[in-house]
Design a protein around this ligand. Structure first.
Ligand code: OSB
Ligand code: MG
Length: 381
């Protein structure tokens, strides 16, 4: 593939309900979309999962836009690559860090390759599941009762796993209430987004009483050692999200015993090449993985669903249908979930399996920049 132009766009998409995690609340997503075009006219869209604020990761929409325009896009333009692996290598060579900015291009290259070959993205990746289990991620609520109502509603519509966001002060009583109303059989887990410290170990031990599938990322993202100490004091498996930004960190987690499950978000690890390497390494080590979410639009969801069709994605992913997030998504068809809590992997459609609603994207766009081999020094209109 030869990348002839890259167009960056920022759209604004209001969430149907504010989403609150331990480090902040989002009510409207600023979403960075990428449109890749190759010399033969093939087009593919991708999404950068960086958020509005640096509360989950140090990257934001604005840092990603800057790094993409100054360092990453110029590295790719006009060059010929044998495939997405070559794109991955070029991006890794162009900058240290900035995995979310890199992933937007790297995954876009996988989407482009699928378009060029006329195969489904999931097939190109080596996916084996025709449908994938879906879990819901419920934001922090004002009261245990409100959270419990939402958990019951989620189980009723078929979700296969319920994840509760927690933070100090919004944890034990909330989890206790939810477990009481959903009953013993429902897979329940919590995600702290790094809100605790190792001194909170005794407090976190109280979560063992609620038969949780896992506790996601209780401590700081850099803290593999303290996660290992904490895991030894807990019956409940720890799952790492923020901490795992490469296959090496997954290796460290396994060696240290910092966790027993990995949440793979392709945007967090720099794309599909790294996601597959983490998937494979975890599979060898008998560590289950599942696909996390970053409040993506239907474009980002296409990539996550394709990734989650790989064999070791053996737990429900945060792959909620479009209607959970948006009054209207930017793709056609929108993503849906069956009453059995499954999302279908579009193996029968080439490329991403959805069409981008260009008119709607245009209407939502607040900023555009095009970079092309035809544009001097890569600066666009
Ligand atoms: O930690 O998994 C997380 C959303 C924003 C930032 C971090 C996280 C999340 C989610 C959302 O849990 C899951 C979803 O997209 O449905
Ligand atoms: Mg998480």
């Amino acid at each position: 593939m030869q990348i002839e132009s890259v167009t960056l766009r920022e759209i604004r998409l209001p969430l149907r309900a504010p989403f609150r995690i331990s480090s902040g609340t989002v009510t409207e997503r600023r979403i960075l979309l990428v449109e890749l075009r190759d010399a033969d006219g093939a087009v593919s869209w991708s999404e950068c999962v960086a958020a509005e604020r640096p509360n989950y990761s140090p990257e934001t929409v604005d840092t990603a836009w800057m790094v993409l325009s100054l360092w990453l896009i110029p590295t790719l333009l006009g060059k010929t690559f044998a495939g997405p692996a070559g794109v991955h290598e070029a991006l890794e060579g162009a900058a240290r860090g900035y995995p979310m900015a890199k992933a937007a291009l790297e995954m876009g290259a996988w989407g482009l390759e699928a378009e060029i070959r006329g195969v489904a993205l999931a097939q190109l990746l080596g996916g084996t599941r025709v449908s994938v289990e879906v879990g819901v991620s419920l934001g922090i609520q004002d009261s245990p009762e409100q959270l419990a109502d939402q958990a019951v509603a989620a189980v009723e519509v078929g979700y296969r796993k319920v994840k509760l966001k927690i933070a100090p002060g919004s944890d034990l009583a909330f989890v206790e209430r939810v477990r009481a109303v959903v009953g013993a059989g429902v897979p329940l887990m919590v995600d702290a987004n790094a809100a605790y410290r190792s001194e909170d170990a005794a407090h976190l031990q109280a979560l063992d009483a609620f038969d949780l599938t896992m506790i996601e990322q209780p401590l700081d993202r850099t803290d593999l050692l303290r996660h290992a100490h904490l895991q030894r004091r807990l019956r409940t498996p720890l799952c790492l999200d923020e901490s795992i930004d490469s296959v090496d960190r997954a290796e460290d987690m396994i060696a240290l015993g910092s966790g027993r499950i990995v949440n793979i978000k392709p945007g967090r690890v720099g794309g599909f090449t790294a996601s597959r390497a983490i998937h494979d390494r975890c599979r060898e080590a008998k560590i289950p993985v599942w696909c996390g979410g970053m409040l993506e639009s239907g474009i980002g969801r296409a990539y996550n669903v394709a990734l989650a069709s790989l064999p070791n994605f053996s737990m429900p992913g945060d792959l909620s249908p479009s209607a959970r997030y948006w009054a209207q998504d930017i793709v056609d068809p929108e993503w849906t979930m069956g009453s059995d809590g499954m999302v279908q992997v579009p193996f029968h459609r080439p490329g991403l399996g959805i069409e981008v609603d260009l008119e709607r994207v245009e209407a939502l766009t607040v900023r555009t920049e095009r970079f092309g081999v035809d544009i001097q020094a890569g600066r666009g209109a």
